[in-house]
Design a binder for this molecule. Structure first.
Ligand SMILES: Cc1cc2nc3c(=O)[nH]c(=O)nc-3n(C[C@H](O)[C@H](O)[C@H](O)COP(=O)(O)OP(=O)(O)OC[C@H]3O[C@@H](n4cnc5c(N)ncnc54)[C@H](O)[C@@H]3O)c2cc1C
Length: 370
């Protein structure tokens, strides 16, 4: 017998997961198809949510809306699933030089709700922050692996998940109906991340995938006080350093109570080499940046690769096919999936269910005219 669903979602990265959860909360019947053995950049991501970025230390696009949304969204899900995965710790951003420190002081008042301006170097001699830096509140990091596993279990529980390699040749879109093998759906939504660069329905969209690599490291514990302080912040100067508690500690409920010497650091951008092979070049780039900010020995435990669904416009790509009104895409979250996806999943679901407006910058209609 055919299975009938309202929304067939392809991909269970952060985009597919959060969208599926949002639709299920609206009591829609959802089925997510995912092939976990494919590249899956959500799983390797550091999950950092940082409202102030770039050389000029400015607010990221729509940061007020995104951050007030995510600061409710993730804690609400933690409560619902009785699982810790969002860590609301500040980003510490040392100034690169005196000029940057002075430039910042000139426009400090514009963003000060999000920022504490530390008066002293508070990490000690092993961290290169001669000019002080900004302690940026309001963000944090998402343990994406724990989050994705939690949502996958929830979907399985709701009969809303199937491990499956989606094949376009088996999709039928005739007579305004979607059918895929024995599944009938009112709508199909593509959340395949960088894989949607090749999608016959959305060929003109400006997806520009970018490879990124990340190192798992273990810091030597000779300076325990510093390691403990590094557990309380995300260090961000040229590269970032994020605590990465052992998964076992989640099960034993030790997270947040004990500090760890395990961290992740990265990353780099490569638009040419889109293979999943770790490279010596990226490793060296990351290590050079790390060593310029932190003088502490470490051992590399692992190197991982992901392909970000970046776009030429640096904005997400959300909306409906120009003629096939039951085919949609929710993609293009680039390097900022963990901060952008909760807000835009909410906006997209309002658009799908209640004729809500999609933000002008993310709408895909303009790309069909080109
Ligand atoms: C090294 C690195 C560090 C990062 N750090 C951060 C960070 O600190 N903060 C942040 O916000 N973002 C970060 N990102 C970016 C973040 O990972 C992305 O924004 C986000 O994960 C995109 O999610 P997605 O669901 O769109 O794509 P993906 O996670 O790639 O998910 C796509 C899913 O589709 C599935 N799929 C594809 N094709 C098929 C098919 N034919 N059949 C079935 N399933 C299919 C895949 O298996 C996968 O599960 C980082 C990325 C990298 C690579």
């Amino acid at each position: 017998m055919n299975e009938k669903v309202d929304y067939l979602i392809i991909g269970q990265g952060l985009a597919g997961s959060i969208l599926a959860h949002t639709l299920l909360e609206k009591e829609k019947k959802v089925l997510v198809l995912d092939q976990p053995s494919l590249q899956h950049c959500s799983k390797v991501a550091a999950g950092i949510c940082n409202p102030i970025t770039g050389r000029n230390l400015v607010r990221t696009w729509k940061s007020k809306e995104l951050f007030s949304f995510l600061n409710h969204f993730y804690p609400k899900l933690e409560q619902k699933f009785n699982q810790k995965f969002f860590f609301n710790i500040p980003v510490y951003r040392p100034f690169q030089n005196l000029e940057q420190q002075q430039d910042w002081s000139a426009h400090e008042d514009k963003v000060n709700e999000e920022v504490i301006y530390p008066k002293h170097r508070f990490l000690g001699q092993s961290v290169n922050d001669d000019f002080g830096g900004l302690l940026i509140k309001n963000g944090g990091y998402l343990r994406t692996d724990i989050f994705l596993e939690t949502i996958k279990n929830y979907l399985i529980d709701k009969n809303a998940y199937q491990e499956e390699l989606f094949d376009f040749d088996k999709l039928n879109t005739e007579n305004n109906k979607i059918s895929y093998k024995d599944i009938e759906a009112r709508h199909i939504i593509f959340c395949r991340g960088a894989a949607d660069k090749v999608n016959p329905f959305f060929e003109k969209l400006p997806l520009a995938p970018a490879k990124g690599e990340i190192l798992h490291i273990e810091l030597e514990n000779s300076n325990q006080e510093l390691v403990e302080k590094l557990n309380q912040i995300i260090l961000n100067k040229g590269c970032w350093l994020v605590p990465f508690q052992n998964k076992e500690n989640y099960l034993k409920d030790k997270v947040g109570k004990t500090s760890t010497t395990l961290f992740r650091t990265g990353s780099n951008y490569d638009h040419k080499d889109l293979t999943l092979k770790p490279t010596e070049k990226a490793k060296q780039q990351i290590e050079t940046k790390l060593k310029s900010v932190l003088s502490l020995d470490y051992q590399i435990k692992k190197q991982e690769v992901g392909i970000r669904p970046a776009t030429r416009t640096r904005k997400p790509l959300i909306g409906t096919h120009n003629t096939l009104k039951q085919i949609h895409i929710f993609n293009g979250f680039g390097a900022k999936g963990s901060s952008m996806i909760p807000y835009f999943a909410h906006q997209f679901v309002e658009y799908l269910l209640n004729h809500g407006e999609l933000e002008r910058e993310v709408r895909i209609d303009k790309w069909f005219l080109k």
